[in-house]
Ligand binder design. Sequence first.
Ligand code: AMP
Length: 411
Amino acid sequence: MTFDDFNFKPDLLEGLYSMGYKQPTPIQEQAIPVILNNKDLIACAQTGTGKTAAYLLPIIEHILEAPTRHLNTLIIAPTRELVLQIDQQIDGMGYFCSVGSIAIYGGNDGFTWEKQKHALREGVDIICATPGRLMALLQNGDINFEHLQHLVLDEADRMLDMGFFDDIRSIINYLPKQRQTIMFSATMPSKIRMLANQIAKDPEQINIAISKPAAGIVQQAYVVYDNQKEALVKSILKNPDYQSVIIFSSTKENVKLLEKNLKREESSLKAFHSDLEQAEREEIMREFKSRRLRILIGTDILSRGIDVDGISLVINYDAPPDPEDYIHRIGRTARASKAGVAITFVNQRDQGKFSRIEDLMGYEVTKMPLPPELGPGPAYDPEANKKEGFKRGPANGKGNSNYKGKKKSRP
Ligand code: AMP
């Protein structure tokens, strides 16, 4: 199948070809015809599968088929980074068409706020917004949804995790009942299914690579004591093959500390966290994308939707809190079919968590021997540590609808 098969307008085709897209990805093959056909859609797809273009392309096509001067589409996404990326993709795909979009997110200054309001008054086709800032605009009566035709909820499970559900329900009350509703989620916990049933009409359902890491990711784990982690990360970073690296740590404080400790040996490194100003965050992402910065250290704020190609290594300095976070973190490497390495440090406390991640994926991750100079690490005995569990309990692992059943032995 090629993009020509969808009969997109030539200007839209030109835009997507100029972005280097040659062939539709599986989620695009399945979702585009459904959306073009005006059906509601519930899709289970991770970041990295091409899900953003899967809904943007048919929506832009709809807009081009019947241009109006009114707001046509509302896209709600959990973080400002994701909102900005969606907006950039609209700019890219719509480069040769006259489709206008605006990104609305919190954390910017009064000037940007005014600019956003001005753009809304002038009229745009698509709004991409985080739920909190959108609610503020709605309460001020700044947005007219009368002619809205499409609602997209992107990364719905993340929005649920971040406590945005009430906001989303309120926002939906402002929208016309007659609309196309499209929902993308990396996982489908029961609360998301319930919401989907409430807001979508007779939706088509698509499942793509449910909570499975992309095939190109080489996954490894080191079983370590906490006091071995820093020496281990330094030893791994000595490998010159790793030109573009993301290190995830559990808290903002740990991220800052790690930045300080690693800076002594590695200058091309920066921390990315919510204490930074939006402009600083954008500048850091630009440096990282353009390879002026080798290493980015961050919390899970970095794990969703960050769209940087060619990341060679992801290190989980602390094991992620749950399986979905693991998949999202390691999905930062091996994007769009490229290869990459994901290494997780597993201390004793995290062994139970990590074993459940393996349960979800249906296989064990290779445990690597520690460099001899670090001395022996602890034994890997997840059963003994399993009761440590997840922040949200076992329902997130084995009780999850994505759970694939019995763990296979190590390949
Ligand atoms: P997403 O899953 O939407 O975060 O997309 C992941 C990455 O794949 C982004 O960098 C997209 O620009 C890229 N991408 C999306 N669709 C295609 C395609 N058909 N061919 C090549 N790259 C794509």
